[in-house]
Design a protein around this ligand. Structure first.
Ligand code: ADP
Ligand code: IPE
Length: 243
């Protein structure tokens, strides 16, 4: 089993509301097919998630505005999910969509349905979603957090995070031309998110990857513009960051 996160930065254009990057997604799906492995797919929100969340003060306390926002963001996320699920299906990778807002409520999480469908050889396709943190607060559950939760349950061989950069750098490569790619991380590095991100951006991703590694599971960040790099995992040719 491999758990794969499709980052919002690669499957959407993050600064243009609801713009789906179909080609990037298709190219990744084609490589995933070649792996011939059991998969769970988690995707982020990108411009289908972060822009409206911010506009409607999410995450935040329940009120008329945030409830409206919850509905809008969830609908937009299911629209993105349908776009992605169809690409998997069109490529012979049959799947089932599982919204986290139906599995998580307050402190209660129940992911049993993932194993049931996976056992039937349907690929679960889930996503960062709005959810009820408790009865008074609406939260946003990031796709990266889901990868951790699912890794604890499924103990995958490894996890892969496709993003729009080659991996983690010593500083933001979008801003600094001299940023250096870190193949693995021992030293500290700087984070600066250019796009407003309601779930913590690369910093949250790094923290999640560290938590996954404490389960004894490796995580790889790969540039989704070069998804074939997934084939080099474990070899000296691999380009990306492993934690
Ligand atoms: P995704 O949407 O793929 O889940 P994020 O947008 O949360 O990923 O994080 C990727 C972005 O983080 C990159 O586009 C990059 O601009 C930004 N970033 C900031 N600091 C760094 C860093 N030190 N190394 C790599 N990326 C960084
Ligand atoms: C965010 O999920 C989902 C919403 C904002 C509803 P992620 O945090 O996993 O999204 P990306 O990958 O950063 O876009």
């Amino acid at each position: 089993m491999i758990i794969v996160k499709l980052g919002g930065s690669i499957i959407t254009e993050k600064s243009r509301y609801k713009s789906f990057n179909k080609n990037n997604t298709l190219n990744i799906v084609k490589q995933l097919k070649k792996l011939n492995s059991k998969l769970i797919i988690v995707h982020g929100g990108g411009s289908f998630g972060h822009i409206k969340s911010k506009e409607y003060n999410l995450p935040g306390p329940v009120n008329n505005k945030t409830l409206e926002g919850m509905s809008i963001v969830h609908n937009d996320m299911t629209e993105l999910n349908l776009n992605i699920s169809r690409i998997f299906n069109d490529n012979g990778m049959h799947n089932i969509s599982i919204p986290p807002s139906s599995c998580i409520f307050g402190g209660n999480k129940n992911y049993d349905i993932f194993s049931k469908y996976s056992d039937m050889n349907l690929i679960p396709v889930t996503f960062g979603d709005v959810y009820m943190k408790d009865e008074k607060n609406i939260g946003i559950y990031s796709g990266d957090n889901l990868v951790y939760d699912l890794s604890r349950i499924f103990k995958p061989d490894y996890t892969v995070f496709f993003s729009d950069v080659d991996g983690i750098y010593d500083k933001n490569p979008k801003k600094y031309k001299d940023a250096k790619l870190l193949n693995s991380i021992s030293d500290s590095f700087q984070f600066e998110n250019i796009v407003d991100d309601v779930t913590g951006g690369i910093m949250n991703k790094y923290n999640i990857m560290k938590k996954i590694s404490s389960l004894g599971i490796k995580s790889y960040i790969i540039n989704g513009l070069f998804p074939e790099r997934i084939m080099d995992i474990g070899s000296s040719e691999f380009i990306g960051t492993v934690i």
